[in-house]
Design a protein around this ligand. Structure first.
Ligand SMILES: NC(=O)c1ccc[n+]([C@@H]2O[C@H](COP(=O)([O-])OP(=O)(O)OC[C@H]3O[C@@H](n4cnc5c(N)ncnc54)[C@H](O)[C@@H]3O)[C@@H](O)[C@H]2O)c1
Ligand SMILES: O=c1ccn([C@@H]2O[C@H](COP(=O)(O)OP(=O)(O)O[C@H]3O[C@H](CO)[C@@H](O)[C@H](O)[C@H]3O)[C@@H](O)[C@H]2O)c(=O)[nH]1
Length: 332
């Protein structure tokens, strides 16, 4: 019988790509999503169960119907600006909701859990390459909520034996090269899709958030990873759990980035080159909650999981995003 995996947030950007990778790897991805930021049309690779993480009865029902071997938990609120303005929404929507999911997972007798965390849990470390051992000191309620969920997984591991793989993503970009799914956030807050919006006139101009940072060109530095590489790591992480490589009750943490940092201006220059189009832009003030530089030390995912992020070059990520941007999209 083919193993099912419960994918929370499977109708969203990263979750929908994960469902495709899981299907291609021989699993059945069951999407659990309330569609608050996701899209029904993005659920293409397995069954869809509409529901909210806060709805324990619905979660219990879905676990009973599908009997998954593992949970992949992507569902979250993830806009840093909103988290700065409305922290309660993030503590409730991320932390309380994840508590509900973890308790439902354990009640259903499922012992394997893969969690989407973020380099936003680190805060500002001033030029340090961030790896699994780096201290976490989040700058905003979004990062704080993700760190709290990591802590929760540790406590439930100790108490109930839950095994988890925690992935701390750096900046995810690009789209499925086949064009079946892609990035479609409404509103969009991420740099690359906003650059593409400015290129094709969907917005007047890109605003560069801060040009006075202590970097080579004054703009923030991030480590960009192709969404297809990122979801490959999830399949490897799932197999790592199912093979019993993570002891009962333990967590295995992996950073997912390439170790290469690019400034906002470098991303803009690459986008101009890839699309061969001018980019209207203006320079604005810093955005609250932004760290100067977030670059990953991803050696552990490569050595332990055999992860090889071959697609994570700026030209490929921007090129795949640009193709999706021109031909893809979802409707409510
Ligand atoms: N995009 C990035 O660069 C990035 C970087 C680091 C970490 N992450 C993490 O990756 C995960 C996925 O991010 P994304 O960019 O695909 O976001 P997304 O908004 O596209 O997807 C999130 C999905 O979760 C669903 N959801 C949210 N709250 C829910 C709830 N209470 N009940 C049921 N469904 C709910 C939404 O409808 C949506 O389909 C998130 O956990 C995010 O924090 C993303
Ligand atoms: O219109 C824009 C949008 C972004 N930026 C800058 O571009 C960089 C990248 O920004 P963005 O694409 O919004 O990503 P981050 O704020 O780095 O956060 C993303 O990446 C984090 C991990 O780094 C995840 O945890 C978050 O969920 C995800 O939103 C930052 O320096 C921004 O200030 C601009 O200058 N102008």
């Amino acid at each position: 019988m083919t193993d099912k995996v419960l994918v929370t947030g499977g109708a969203g950007y990263i979750g929908s790509h994960a469902c495709k990778a899981l299907r291609d790897a021989g699993f059945i991805p069951v999407t659990y999503d309330n569609l608050c930021t996701g899209w029904r049309d993005a659920v293409k690779f397995g069954p869809f169960e509409q529901g909210d993480l806060m709805d324990r009865a619905r979660l219990d029902e879905v676990f009973a119907i599908h009997k998954p071997v593992a949970v992949m938990h992507f569902a979250a609120l993830s806009q840093v600006g909103e988290a700065m303005r409305e922290p309660g929404k993030y503590w409730r929507g991320n932390v309380s909701a994840s508590l509900n999911l973890i308790e439902a997972t354990l009640a259903a007798g499922v012992g394997n859990f893969v969690f989407s965390s973020t380099c936003a849990t680190y805060g500002d470390h001033d030029g340090v390459v961030l790896d699994e051992m780096t201290a976490q000191a989040p700058l905003n309620a979004y990062g704080a909520s993700k760190r709290a969920i990591e802590d929760m997984l540790k406590d439930f591991g100790a108490a109930d034996g839950l095994r988890s793989v925690i992935f701390r993503y750096f900046n995810v970009a690009g789209a499925d090269p086949d064009g079946e799914v892609g990035e479609f956030h409404q509103p969009e807050t991420h740099l690359i899709p906003l650059i593409l919006d400015a290129i094709d006139g969907k917005r007047d101009a890109l605003t560069i958030h801060g040009t006075d940072y202590p970097t080579q060109d004054g703009t923030c530095i991030r480590d960009y990873v192709h969404v297809m590489d990122l979801v490959d790591a999830h399949v490897l992480g799932l197999r790592h759990l199912l093979a019993g490589n993570v002891p009962r009750g333990a967590q295995d943490v992996f950073c997912l980035g390439t170790g290469n940092g690019f400034s906002v201006r470098e991303v803009i220059d690459n986008s101009r080159h890839v699309t061969n189009r001018p980019i209207p832009m203006v320079e604005g003030p810093r955005r609250g909650g932004d760290a100067v530089k977030l670059v990953s030390g991803s050696g552990k995912a490569m050595s332990v999981l055999g992860w090889d992020p071959v697609r994570s070059t700026l030209p490929q990520m921007i090129g795949d995003a640009w193709r999706w941007h021109q031909h893809g999209g979802y409707e409510r």
